[in-house]
Design a protein around this ligand. Structure first.
Ligand code: SAM
Length: 269
């Protein structure tokens, strides 16, 4: 009989039996409660025939439930101690599990995935999201579980002091909403703070050249967020006509702009 890792006592027993200690340095907090995992699956609207890219699959708590919901899953997990337990935990799984650092993975290897779902390792949240949105794979949605503060920050709209470059990029792609909280007690080891589900989608991808310029504009503008765009964007030689065509005031600051204005500006020069 395979171990029941969806209950705290039996999860602890399983880890002890395998002499496994979660590595905090890799952001290992396993979300074991089925009801909470189900919330993620519902948020991502997982349907049969979805091909999901999962990053940081851990012991496969979420992976298995997505597979049971009918999805095909391609999963990346850096820790070989965890991936080596898969044959025992999920004999017959159809998931393709790759024992690899996702940040080093070649996007070609997951370009057929249609959605991303991940309980993210907290120490590289920005790096993972930035990689996902700059690879031009037309994912329909991105659904992440991350520290609540970080999820709330990424969902902030223009005008909030926490609103930054990544917020603008995500909000151009699609509605970016913090959907629900997952309490600390549903994870083992128990993290110091609650988590939350952040969903970006449905996504409408700009064409790749426009999207590349848009990202560059946003990064450049937010690198000097207190400056007016006419100053911070000087290195990009945007003409007054281009500003006018995009209906963007050259004296505005990046945090005041509707994120879609960056897209219009990218299309106008
Ligand atoms: N998905 C599991 C769950 O929901 O219980 C585990 C989530 S845990 C918060 C994050 C996982 O990401 C850990 O299993 C960790 O080993 C893995 N991880 C950390 N850095 C990674 C990387 N660079 N590439 C792939 N996986 C990574």
């Amino acid at each position: 009989m395979t171990a029941d890792i969806y209950h705290l006592a039996s999860l602890k027993e399983f880890l002890e039996k395998n002499e496994l200690q979660a590595k905090r340095s890799l952001g290992q907090n396993f979300l074991f409660h089925k009801r909470e995992l189900q919330k993620i699956i519902a948020s991502a609207d997982i349907q049969p025939n979805d091909h999901v890219l999962e990053i940081g699959s851990g012991l496969g708590h979420l992976t298995r439930m997505m597979e049971e919901a009918g999805a095909k899953v391609t999963a990346y997990e850096i820790d070989q101690r965890l991936t080596s337990l898969w044959p025992e935990l999920y004999p017959g799984t159809k998931t393709e599990i790759r024992n690899q650092d996702f940040l080093q993975a070649d996007p070609k290897d997951y370009s057929s995935c249609t959605k991303v779902v991940a309980n993210l390792p907290y120490y590289i949240v920005k790096e993972i999201i930035t990689k996902l949105i700059s690879t031009n794979i037309p994912f329909r949605s991105l659904t992440f579980t991350l520290q609540k503060e970080e999820a709330l920050r990424l969902a902030q709209k223009p005008g909030d002091p926490r609103y930054g470059a990544l917020n603008a990029m995500l909000q151009i792609l699609g509605p970016t909403e913090c959907l629900s909280t997952i309490k600390q007690d549903n994870f083992y080891p128990r993290p110091h703070i609650d988590s939350a589900i952040l969903k970006i989608g449905p996504i409408t991808w700009p064409d790749p050249p426009t999207w590349a310029v848009t990202q560059q504009l946003i990064k450049t503008a937010f690198s000097q967020r207190r400056k007016q765009l006419q100053t911070s964007l000087k290195p990009l030689n945007i003409t007054p006509e281009a500003f006018a065509q995009a209906n963007v005031s050259p004296t505005s600051r990046p945090e005041e702009l509707d994120p879609h204005s960056f897209l219009l500006l990218a299309q106008s020069f």
